[in-house]
Structure formats: structure tokens, C-alpha cells
Design a protein around this ligand. Structure first.
Ligand SMILES: Cc1cc2nc3c(=O)[nH]c(=O)nc-3n(C[C@H](O)[C@H](O)[C@H](O)COP(=O)(O)OP(=O)(O)OC[C@H]3O[C@@H](n4cnc5c(N)ncnc54)[C@H](O)[C@@H]3O)c2cc1C
Length: 386
């Protein structure tokens, strides 16, 4: 059993992470990312830092970090290479769901192995016909004598190819009305017999794998039904997505900050008309707007993480953080590329990667269109409750 690090140990850990990112990851990222190579060595080093168990409680061998600290780590890594956070984010989402909703046996079976990085997990919700409208999924888990017989296809599943287990959203009762009453989560292992052999080609977020997963009459033991009761999968998933949105917001903070830092650096050294471009008002205004976006994103992400750590319902806060931080990443990446002129378009520079990575943040963990709906709904509910 490990113990949650104290403040001094955390400072040391963040300093060590920063050093590792600057000295080892940054010099290698352009080549690895363009080759779309899984960063095995870096993943192993993340395991040594304990990041596979970052938010897993210490009693199960994790670091037991609060979401606010984990969000800082995610932002820090994303400033250098966002893809590395993909290896741990959906893994930790699976761990979070297992810890929050799992039976004692499920926690004991999965959490120590997930925290150690022996099990590498993901969250399998999306299907070829539906992502936003999760209640329309078609993957079925039919109860039979030996457990559940699972059939269906999931797609766009991060860590499915390299990982070895998933929290899988299924229909245990496809005829149920309302539709969510027939949905459940299963904890599945590759050894059960599912296949994931097609990695999907992507605009950005390369290196980390995102893949199709095929269940062709796969038998899953009955005791892998998360929480042991059917029909709770949709609510469990929604509960888990609060943390997921904080994670994505934290990535947005990192990418927005990296884009700003690159723009500030370039604006000081690139001269036109006899002065650094940062001294032209048109560029200075962009820099100011970019810095404001970073600070707004940081503040909202910190507020959402604090609410989460305090055990408060935080779908409004997490939705706002996700929306603002990811749009900040997208806008800052675009502005940084433009400030860099032709250099921004070069595949030998980091800036074009921010520009390719940022759009994913506006799509994953609930698109930003949906975040706006979630935010408005919450505001109206809170107004009505006054
Ligand atoms: C790189 C990558 C990694 C991913 N990793 C995972 C993963 O690990 N696990 C997983 O389960 N999924 C993953 N996804 C899938 C992701 O969660 C979905 O793409 C996302 O939920 C959106 O679903 P969709 O693509 O089916 O879009 P759709 O749901 O088809 O939406 C299409 C468009 O319509 C809009 N829209 C839909 N419904 C409404 C509405 N009611 N009101 C207003 N607008 C609406 C959407 O905002 C979007 O603009 C990943 C995706 C990518 C690109």
C-alpha cells in the first residue's frame, strides 16, 4: 500500500515531471508525433512517476491525488505533448468508475492492477452510429447461465489497441423505456476475447492509440457488471464524465498556455518594419487576448476541480471549464500559428501540433455544443430552485 504524497513531496514530483518533460519529452516529440509511434519509453516513465494510479486511492496502491492536483499534472504534460495524457486519462476514468460504483470484489480485482499500470484501461462508449446520443448504443449484453454474452462494435476508443481492459457501456435490456434504464457498464478484459486490431488515423493526438473494438459473442463473467445491478450504466457514466471533463479542461489549459508561450517567444525575436512583431499593436492585442483566455481557463478548471474534490455536484462547473478551456486551446493555437507566419505552418515546429491537437478537445467528453446545453439546463434548474 502506498500513501498520498504530502505537499513537499508533490512539489518535488511536479519539479521532477517538469524536468523530464523539458529534457526528455520535448526534444523527441516532433519526430515521434509525426511518425505516430506509441511512446513506449515515455509511458513506462509515467508509470514510474506513479501516474497510472494518480487518482486511485492510496489503499489500492495509487497516489490518491485530488482532482485539482491531477488537473495541474495534466496541464503540465499537455504543455509539452497532449497525447501522453491520453494514455492515463481514460485509464483513470475507468479506475474512477470502478472505485466509485464498483463492488468490493471489483475494486480489489481492478484497482491495484490499474494503479500499478499492469492493467491499462479505457472507457468504451462511442459506437459507429452514436457518440452524443449514448442511449442509442446497440452493443448488447445478454444474460445467460455463465454471465453475459456481448455483441457489438465500439469505435474511437482511446487505449483500446495498447490497453488490456475497458469499462464498456452496453444495453442489458434493449427494450427498456426510458432507454437509459436498460443500460449497464461491464468491466471487460482483453482475455475475455474482444478484438481491437484497427487503429484509427487521426489529425492530431497521435502516438496514443484510438481504435475500433469488436465484440463478437464475447462471454463476460456476471461479476463484472459494475456495481452488480443492471440498469445503472448511464447514470454511472454521467457521474464519471464530470472528472473526464475536468481532465479535458486541464488539457485545454496546457495547450492554450503552450500556444501563448510560443507566441510570446516568437513575438520578441521576429522583427518587421524595424521592431519586434510583439510591438505592433495588432499582435499585442492577440497576445493579451490569448493570456486572458489562459487565465480564465485555469480559473474555471481549478474551480471545477475544487467542487469535485469537495464532493459537490459539479456538472455546471465542469461543463463551463471544459467549454472555456478547450475553446481557449483552439483559439490560442490558431492565433499562435498566425503569429508565427510561415514558421507556424512548418512541421518542424511545435505550433502546428497544438493546432492539430486542439480540435479534439472540443469534441471529446461531450462536444462543446452539448456543454452549452448542459450549462444552460443547470442554470435554469438552479434558477427555478431559488
Ligand atoms: C481522438 C478521439 C478519441 C476518442 N476517445 C474516445 C474514447 O476513449 N471513448 C469513447 O467512448 N469515445 C471516444 N471518442 C468519441 C467521442 O467521445 C465522440 O466523438 C463524441 O462524443 C461526439 O460523438 P460523435 O462523433 O458521434 O458526434 P455526433 O454525436 O454524431 O455529433 C455530430 C455533431 O452534432 C452535434 N450534436 C449532436 N447532438 C446534438 C444536440 N442534441 N444538440 C446540438 N448539437 C448536437 C455535435 O455537437 C456534433 O457537432 C473519441 C473521439 C476522438 C476524435
Amino acid at each position: 500500500m502506498s500513501a498520498t504524497p504530502d505537499a513537499a513531496q508533490l512539489d518535488d514530483m511536479l519539479a521532477a515531471l517538469r524536468k523530464w518533460l523539458d529534457n526528455e519529452v520535448r526534444p523527441a516529440v516532433i519526430e515521434l508525433e509525426h511518425a505516430d509511434v506509441y511512446p513506449t519509453e515515455f509511458v513506462e516513465q509515467m508509470r514510474e512517476f506513479g501516474l497510472f494510479g494518480a487518482t486511485v486511492p492510496a489503499e489500492f496502491g495509487g497516489l490518491g491525488l485530488p482532482a485539482a492536483v491531477y488537473a495541474r499534472i495534466v496541464s503540465l504534460i499537455s504543455e509539452t505533448w497532449m497525447s501522453l495524457t491520453g494514455v492515463i486519462n481514460s485509464h483513470l476514468m475507468m479506475a474512477h468508475l470502478t472505485n466509485r460504483f464498483g463492488t468490493e470484489g471489483q475494486r480489489a480485482e481492478f484497482l491495484p492492477a490499474l494503479a500499478a499500470g499492469d492493467l491499462r484501461g479505457g472507457l468504451a462508449l462511442t459506437e459507429p452510429d452514436c457518440g452524443t446520443d449514448l442511449q442509442a448504443i446497440r452493443t448488447t449484453a445478454t444474460r445467460c447461465e455463465d454471465g453475459y454474452r456481448v455483441s457489438g462494435t465500439k469505435t474511437w476508443i482511446t487505449n483500446a489497441y495498447r490497453g488490456n481492459c475497458l469499462a464498456l457501456l452496453v444495453k442489458t435490456n434493449p427494450a427498456a423505456r426510458p432507454r437509459h434504464a436498460g443500460m449497464s457498464l461491464l468491466l471487460v478484459r482483453k482475455g475475455d476475447g474482444y478484438r481491437s486490431d484497427r487503429k484509427l488515423p487521426k489529425l492530431g493526438y497521435r502516438g496514443v492509440d484510438t481504435a475500433e473494438v469488436i465484440f463478437d459473442d464475447v462471454m463476460v463473467p456476471a461479476d463484472r457488471l459494475l456495481g452488480g445491478v443492471e440498469g445503472r450504466g448511464f447514470a454511472q457514466t454521467a457521474g464519471g464524465l464530470e472528472l473526464g471533463r475536468i481532465n479535458v479542461a486541464a488539457r485545454g489549459v496546457g495547450v492554450a498556455q503552450a500556444a501563448l508561450d510560443a507566441a510570446l517567444g516568437y513575438s520578441a525575436v521576429r522583427h518587421t518594419m524595424g521592431k519586434p512583431i510583439g510591438q505592433h499593436q495588432a499582435i499585442a492585442i492577440k497576445l493579451a487576448d490569448m493570456a486572458c483566455r489562459v487565465e480564465a481557463a485555469k480559473a474555471l478548471t481549478g474551480r471545477a476541480a475544487e467542487a469535485f474534490d469537495a464532493g459537490r455536484r459539479c456538472d455546471l462547473e465542469a461543463g463551463m471549464a471544459k467549454l472555456v478551456a478547450t475553446e481557449a486551446a483552439l483559439e490560442n493555437a490558431t492565433e499562435s500559428l498566425r503569429i508565427h507566419g510561415a514558421c507556424g505552418y512548418s512541421t518542424e515546429e511545435h505550433v502546428e501540433r497544438y493546432y492539430r491537437d486542439a480540435p479534439l478537445l472540443c469534441i471529446g467528453e461531450g462536444t462543446n455544443e452539448i456543454q452549452r446545453i448542459v450549462i444552460a439546463r443547470q442554470l435554469l434548474e438552479r434558477q427555478a430552485a431559488r
